[in-house]
Design a protein around this ligand. Structure first.
Ligand code: SF4
Length: 185
């Protein structure tokens, strides 16, 4: 059995932010990212930083996935509800896959966000430790490129845990292959 723990709580698809009240406390998040007792659910002994190459996307939205809701509306992924089309209007899925302006835009936005996180990392900020969701950013702030509070908080605690481990062991994970597998839902 494979269990994954994700500390991010998302708003409802209609934008209702009530579920955010269930978010883990700062105290728990700090402990989660630094305590070896949670290494199993995290699938990493120590938080690792992103290793995105230039031009790489932050995740697989509209690139390795599509999502379809019960009404036949097609989206780039489960979280980013930018309507691409409706299956009833389609003659071919491969046609919109190649030509949809929405998909072209979300794919580019995903690359722009990876660039932004990399720039933050170069400046010593927490972007290199961020598991970023464009859909959550869009829902929470209205801007898919906005470094929303939950992403920033988790990235900051991940970075702190990594720095503490580095100081304690004298080792680094900079060439380790990077952060968890990217979301492609
Ligand atoms: S990280 Fe968010 S925007 Fe990207 S594929 Fe996953 S759910 Fe979609």
């Amino acid at each position: 059995m494979f269990i994954i723990f994700d500390p991010i709580i998302t708003p409802r698809d209609d934008g209702d932010k009530d579920p955010l009240g269930q978010m883990a406390t700062d105290e728990f998040l700090k402990r989660y990212w630094s305590d070896p007792a949670y290494a199993g659910p995290r699938h990493e002994l120590v938080p690792k930083m992103r290793q995105d190459a230039e031009g790489e996307a932050v995740c697989g939205t509209g690139r390795s996935s599509l999502a379809i809701d019960p009404y036949g509306n097609i989206y780039p992924c489960v979280q980013w509800r930018r309507k691409v089309a409706n299956i009833e209007e389609l003659t071919s899925l491969s046609g919109i896959w190649r030509t949809s302006p929405v998909l072209v835009e979300v794919r580019q936005t995903a690359v722009d966000m990876a660039d932004k996180l990399r720039e933050m990392h170069v400046k010593g900020q927490s972007g290199g430790f961020c598991n970023f969701c464009l859909g959550v950013a869009d829902l929470q702030t209205g801007d898919p490129l906005s470094y929303y509070a939950q992403a920033a908080k988790n990235a900051e605690y991940r970075m702190q845990a990594y720095e503490a481990w580095k100081e304690k062991t004298g080792e680094t994970l900079e060439e380790d292959g990077g952060i968890l597998s990217k979301c492609g839902m």
